[in-house]
Design a protein around this ligand. Structure first.
Ligand code: ADP
Ligand code: ADP
Length: 223
């Protein structure tokens, strides 16, 4: 699903990412784990198209993605700060990506209500984001991402703003969605326990490079 080869990104001559090569298979749940500043977001932003690489190649589903804008890369994104539009209702927020894609009105209504049911938040469809808890807002941003069925989902610290108890519930919810939808997931966190709980494979990053990768069982963490 994703083939990254020799990918580097310099900011003012300083490498945020250097010569990274990585593949992610269809349906896999892969987590980028590492301390702050290790290049996780940079790698994710290069794959999503929010940043352009200094050198290297990115294939998504066999297509050279480096020339494509974000909205043509066939992926969905979820961020730590939810990035919901405050003046729109929950329904309008989730409907937005479908409207951009010129989906008909009846189908929009059906698909928005279906994803709201999936995340058990049908009752907040008419509210605005600020009237909801952090956990509810993050579930709405998840719904907005999955409503147009992207085969690949990128998540950057999606649970970073939530307290520990809520985070554990959301970890299970994201795992369930991953299994139910059969999507490919590339997930960023600096939380080792979260990575161990959620991932098929963990990619450990340090100083803009991949230090180690493997399944939660085979990975070696330095004490
Ligand atoms: P992480 O996501 O692991 O915290 P980042 O990918 O955000 O790491 O950052 C990697 C390095 O690149 C850091 O040293 C960071 O300061 C730097 N960096 C990231 N984005 C920019 C930018 N837009 N301009 C300059 N430096 C940046
Ligand atoms: P994270 O650790 O989640 O990547 P950061 O706080 O490092 O978050 O980065 C937030 C935003 O600031 C990103 O868009 C990143 O590209 C940018 N950024 C990070 N480091 C720098 C930097 N040294 N100079 C300019 N922009 C930066």
């Amino acid at each position: 699903m994703i083939e990254v080869h020799g990918l580097s990104k310099l900011y003012n001559g300083v490498a945020a990412l250097s010569d990274v090569t990585l593949s992610v298979g269809k349906g896999e749940f892969v987590t980028l784990l590492g301390p702050s500043g290790s290049g996780k977001s940079t790698l994710l932003n290069l794959i999503s198209g929010m940043t352009t690489p200094t050198s290297g190649t990115i294939l998504i589903n066999g297509t050279d993605a480096t020339t494509l804008p974000t909205n043509q890369r066939g992926l969905g994104m979820v961020f730590q700060n939810y990035a919901l539009m405050p003046h729109m209702t929950v329904f309008q927020n989730i409907a937005f990506p479908l409207q951009v894609r010129k989906v008909g009105k009846d189908e929009i209504r059906q698909r928005v209500m279906d994803v709201l049911k999936l995340i058990q938040l049908e009752h907040v469809a008419a509210r605005r984001p600020r009237e909801l808890s952090g956990g509810q807002q993050q579930r709405i941003s998840l719904a907005r991402c999955i409503v147009y069925n992207p085969p690949l989902i990128l998540m950057d610290e999606p649970l970073g703003a939530l307290d520990k108890k809520l985070r554990e519930g959301m970890q299970l919810e994201i795992k369930r969605l991953h299994a139910d939808l059969g999507v490919t997931m590339l997930y960023v966190t600096h939380d080792q326990d979260e990575a161990l709980t959620m991932s098929d494979r963990i990619v450990l990053m340090r100083g803009g490079k991949i230090e180690q990768q493997g399944t939660p069982e085979t990975l070696y963490f330095k004490p």
